[in-house]
Structures are given as structure tokens and as C-alpha cells.
Design a protein around this ligand. Sequence first.
Ligand code: PHE
Length: 346
Amino acid sequence: MSEILSSWNEFSQALASCATEADVFNLKASYLGKEGTLNKILKDLKNLDPEDRARLGQEANGLKQRITEALDQRLDEIERLKVDTLLKEDRIDVTYRASMRDLGLNEAAYHPLTRIERDVEDLFFSMGFDILDGTYIEDDYHNFSALNIPPEHPARDTQDTFWFKDGVHCLRTQTSPVQIRGMEQYKPPFKFVSLGKVFRNENIDASHEMAFHQIEAMVVDKDISVGHMMHFLESLISKTLRSDVTVRLRTGYFPFVEPGFELDIQCQICHGEGCTVCKDLGWVEFCGCGLVHPKVLKEGGIDSTEWSGFAFGIGWDRLAMMRYGISDIRQMHGADLRFIKQFKSY
Ligand code: PHE
């Protein structure tokens, strides 16, 4: 058997057992590389007589061409095989039925905040309120300045938050910027609520979180009084808690309302005895509220000699804590299914 023929047979066998692209490239190097079989054959040519040299040279070139083609072909095959396997492995069985349990739908329940959100939205919708969304990232103007909290105002210290590098945008500290956004959108009379997440640089404990939730309401109409405000607050409390929950209203300072109040409810964890949630006070701050400050109305393009309004902002997490007897606000973001499952039957 000629050297060329035996080299080809040897090569073909080796090629057939190449399973990966790397195998093929290694084989290529051992046949067509500098120290490879083909070069050795070509080197030996010089020892032959001219006739044999020409014949063998031609055969060697033919061999080189055949080897090159066979290598390419094998590479193609391996590539095709790879795609086939990938397709087989990645195939989605659309007839497969996932069990409800796997998805968590069977066992888990709605988050306490979701339950309250639905109650509050139902209630306010039935009373003719619009429901607005706000944005988590706010600008200085909507979160502070337009709410009568200019840059040097000490009230900014009570709502330390997370600022973006531009020094203009921040994570909103309250849902009250929705008051400004609502006024930009509506002409009076109007009424709306907005529920959402807010952020503050807080020391975290059983009743303080860095990200928490608020419910904001704003009504602008003729001759709005604190009496109107109390009517809507009482409706909300009796819908989400019970009508016999004891509340107290005391004066409170918020630059965007005048007069301003804080509404506290008797702690539903300890029923006024004192605990970590109410910090032994027996009362829990439930909401800031008051009549919309004329400067804020003006900022919203509303004539305060003709129109007046009220606004309130409720700590939505605390509302959930009071309703369900949850003694630690950190549970709200804990993502612990065991916590959520407890609310199945509510
Ligand atoms: N935004 C105030 C806070 O987060 C609450 C508030 C809302 C007070 C509306 C008055 C009117 O503390």
C-alpha cells in the first residue's frame, strides 16, 4: 500500500472518531501542521528520483486537498449535531401542566398590603375618587419645594433620603408629591388617592423601614373643612380597621398643610398597654393631615381665595400592622412565604 493511501486510511479512521471541534483541530495539526504527516511526506520527496518525485508530489497535494475537505465536512457535522442536541434539550413541552402548588398560588395568600390596597381603592372609587400612580424617583421640586419645603427648610431633615448624583432627583420620601402632580393634571373640583412605596434614610427597627408605603388622598373643592377630612378618614378607618378603634387628633406640623394634624390610633398590638411597635406610648402615628396650604394650591395653579382642600398621608404598613396584629414592619419586605400564608383566611 502506498504511503499516501495508508496515510489517508489512518486519517479517515481518526476523523471518524473526532467528537468535538477541538478533536478535529488537533487532528488537522497532526496532518497539515508544520510537523505533520503531510510535511514529512513532502520533505522525503527530495530523496526520490525526479519521476517518482513528480508523481508523489501530485498525490501528496491531492491528499492535502482531500484532508482539508474532510476536516471541513466533519466540522459542519459536529456543528449540526450540537444544534440538534441544544434544540432537543431546550425544547419546551407546552403540554406540561405545572402544579398550582409549584407556582405558590395554592398555598400562599395575598400580601396584607395588597389586601388593604384593594379595600382602600374600592372604598375611594365608590366615593368618586380617581386613583393615581406616582413615581418612585422624584425631583426636588415635586418632593420638597412645591410642597412649601424650600432647600434650606429644616423640615427636610426629618425626611432624609437617597439622592442621585445630579443632586436634583431622589427616591421620594412621601406620597405627597402626587398632590403636585395631581394639580398639574386636574382643574378643581377634584379628588384622588394614590398608594405607593416611599423611601427614607431611617434607622431600622420594629416600626421603621427604609422603604415603606403610604396612602395619599387629596380633595379640592369649595369650602372644604377639617370636618370633611375627618369624614373620609373615619370611612377609611372603619373600612380597613373597625369603626370602634379609638383615634386621637393632635396638631402636627407639615409645611404643606395649614392647619396641620397628626392622627394617632390606639395601638392594636397591645391595646394601649405599651409595646415595641408603639414604643410604649399606647398610640401609633397613623397619618399626617390638614387643609392644603394656600402656597401649595398656588404652586398648583389654583386660586386659594376660591378653592380649598384637604390632604392626608397614611402609613400603609402601620395600617396593615394594626389590622392584622403584625408586630414587626420588617416582615412586609421579608419575602417569607410563611408570613404571607398566614393571611389566607382573612
Ligand atoms: N407626607 C406626610 C409625611 O409623609 C404626611 C402628610 C400627607 C401630611 C398629607 C399632611 C398631608 O409625613
